[in-house]
Design a protein around this ligand. Structure first.
Ligand code: COA
Length: 231
């Protein structure tokens, strides 16, 4: 078993999951760029895009509590038609992978959208895209209750030059949906299973305004009541 240790006291490293403030958007952008600039599976975003996500409260990061180093990032963006919230730009630094941070980031981004945007009330869905050749995030999304919807070809005029094309010269993404029917599973995980401890004893604190972890737990329980009332 590999355990990430600090050099000071040999305790497992701890992390903080937080909403990245606008004042830290440049820091988040440089982290995003270090990975995206060499990864043909990640949709490129400009510094202005990242600033916009931060200003909307839709940029989530994970930092090491000891050094403050940013090791994880993802954003949530509403599409132009305002019908889908997309979880995008999921990145975990190679030094911090396989501790469960990518899964935690995804689940909390989804919980935050449910709690603060009430997507289904406004007939909106929560989705994500994975490049058809990218295997790394598949377990993360599957374990976060996303289900495969189908393949989508990005029209060439919208396809970023940096992204990998298939043998037919097309940029193709697999689309995944977080179904409303998965809210009870997410809620159960938050209420009964998540205690701030990850794989290998890694510890993570949750700093998500406006109401933190308990606010998210309460909001998900309310969503389940709304679902029952609507049936
Ligand atoms: C995808 C990514 C965010 C996962 O972060 P992470 O913190 O390691 O995620 P977790 O620890 O929660 O889970 C990792 C899971 O992915 C699996 N995985 C990791 N790399 C993999 C790969 N190349 N192929 C298949 N599975 C892989 C692990 O086995 C693990 O599965 P398990 O929990 O069933 O054992 C990280 O690998 C990454 O940043 N990759 C590069 C960027 C990227 O592809 N982002 C996704 C854009 S949609």
């Amino acid at each position: 078993m590999v355990v990430m240790m600090t050099s000071m006291d040999s305790a497992p490293i701890s992390f903080v999951l937080f909403q990245v403030p606008s004042t830290s958007a440049d820091w988040a952008f440089s982290f995003f760029k270090t990975v995206q600039s060499t990864d043909a599976y990640i949709w490129p975003r400009t510094e202005k895009d990242i600033e916009g996500f931060a200003a909307d409260g839709a940029l989530f990061g994970i930092r090491r509590s000891d050094t403050g180093e940013l090791v994880g990032l993802c954003y949530v963006v509403l599409n132009e038609e305002e019908t889908e919230f997309e979880i995008g730009g999921l990145i975990v630094a190679s030094t911090a992978q396989n501790f469960g941070l990518g899964t935690i980031l995804t689940r909390f981004a989804v919980a935050h959208v449910i709690a603060n945007e009430r997507p289904w009330h406004y007939k909106r869905e929560i989705i994500s895209h994975i490049h058809e050749s990218n295997n790394a995030p598949r377990n993360v999304f599957a374990k976060s209750w996303f289900t495969f919807m189908g393949k989508e070809i990005v029209p060439e005029e919208h396809a970023p030059a940096s992204m990998k094309r298939n043998a037919d010269g097309k940029l193709v993404g697999d689309k995944f949906l977080f179904p409303r029917s998965a809210v009870p599973a997410l809620s159960k995980w938050l209420d009964e299973e998540f205690d701030g401890t990850l794989r290998n004893g890694t510890v993570i604190a949750i700093e998500l305004p406006p109401a933190g972890l308990d606010g998210l737990r309460g909001a998900l329980r309310e969503e389940i009541q709304d679902m029952a009332a609507a049936e």
